[in-house]
Design a protein around this ligand. Structure first.
Ligand code: UDP
Ligand code: MG
Length: 328
């Protein structure tokens, strides 16, 4: 029987976990009508991303009740991207479905994803038809961001597609092999390739709690996305530098000619100030962009592990031995 793993990152989700368990039950018992009688082995990997509430205790309770619910507790909050990697390292299924713990990703879409996987697709992504409750600013920001990102790279990151997706074991192993510690998983799915198809879904509202993705976190993730995915900003800095230099040379020739023809009484304070400020701004911008990339090189060169595990369910170790999944 084929095995399917569910990977769910959990951060301060104590209020959602009971609902999550209840929603998953029909699937895990192969009773979900969408499965059309197909039977699978299931496992659920819940990665506790350093929650401050009682999420981890709840995960332990779930594990005690049903050993298919395995948990990994990280030593602190490493962020969703790194929590996902901890899960990638531990799943043993032939395919893996990633979903959020807050049930914004409907369980009913999973059978459709499995169907597409059985049809031969290796990366079945969920395509959001609606984005749930979200501010207009966030929506506008997201739209512009994807436009920019896709303009600057050859490998497109799909808009309205997030982490809700099914990956074949091949894709899981490929993404596992990318060990950068500053991760932008959405870009990685696209970068590794594989046959992709989409399944539409409607984002539900959170069952409980509040989103953890504050505006600042989103801006960080967006910058991470651009700098880890493309070096286009460096090229832009070069082009900008070239254009400004060209304009400066033209202006210089003009000034020299003007001085030769008309002479130069001491004037031109505004011109000098404007030029200095403009050039200073351009230089700082270019330096900032270069700095972003150097910062990344610095962080990656330390070769720190992307996450640290504090505890995990016992069955994890047995599973990893059985399936020869080597843990870092
Ligand atoms: N999450 C996580 N670590 C974090 C932030 C979030 O593991 O630092 C998990 C969270 O528990 C949830 C998923 O990532 O399962 C999506 O988070 P959230 O619902 O806050 O984001 P949104 O859906 O609003 O983008
Ligand atoms: Mg959510």
């Amino acid at each position: 029987m084929k095995k399917i793993s569910l990977l769910i990152p959990v951060y301060n989700e104590e209020a959602s976990l009971d609902a999550l368990h209840a929603a998953l039950c029909p699937l895990l018992s192969n009773q979900h009508p969408g499965l059309k009688g197909q039977k699978y082995d299931w496992e659920v990997i819940l990665v506790d991303d350093g929650s401050q509430d009682s999420s981890l205790e709840k995960l332990k309770e779930l594990n005690a009740k049903d050993s298919r619910f395995r948990y990994v507790g990280l030593s602190r909050n490493f962020g969703k991207e790194n929590a996902l990697l901890a899960g990638f390292d531990r799943t043993t299924g032939d395919a893996m479905v990633i979903m959020d713990a807050d049930l914004q990703h409907p369980v009913d879409t999973i059978p459709e994803m499995i169907e597409q996987w059985e049809n031969g697709f290796e990366d079945v992504y969920g395509h959001r038809l609606t984005r749930g409750k979200e501010s207009t600013v966030r929506r506008l920001f997201t739209k512009t961001y994807y436009k920019l990102l896709n303009k600057s790279t050859r490998v497109d990151v799909l808009p309205d597609v997030g982490d809700f997706r099914l990956l074949d074991r091949k894709a899981v192993d490929a993404i596992r092999s990318l060990r950068e510690s500053q991760r932008y998983t959405k870009g990685l799915y696209c970068w590794v390739g594989f046959r992709k198809t989409g399944v539409d879904f409607r984002t539900a509202d959170r069952v409980a709690g509040e989103t953890h993705m504050s505006a600042a976190r989103l801006v960080n993730l967006a910058a991470e996305g651009i700098t880890s995915y493309t070096t286009a900003p460096l090229r832009i800095a070069t082009v900008l530098g070239f254009l400004v230099s060209l304009a400066s040379i033209c202006y210089m020739i003009y000034i020299i000619c003007k001085t030769i023809i008309y002479g130069e009484p001491i004037q031109g304070f505004p011109t000098i100030i404007c030029t200095i400020l403009f050039l200073g701004g351009c230089q700082l911008l270019a330096l900032g962009i270069i700095g972003e990339y150097i910062g990344k090189i610095y962080n990656e060169s330390k070769q720190r592990p992307p996450y640290i595990v504090s505890e995990e369910s016992d069955s994890d170790k047995k599973m990893s031995e059985k399936y020869n999944v080597s843990l870092p």
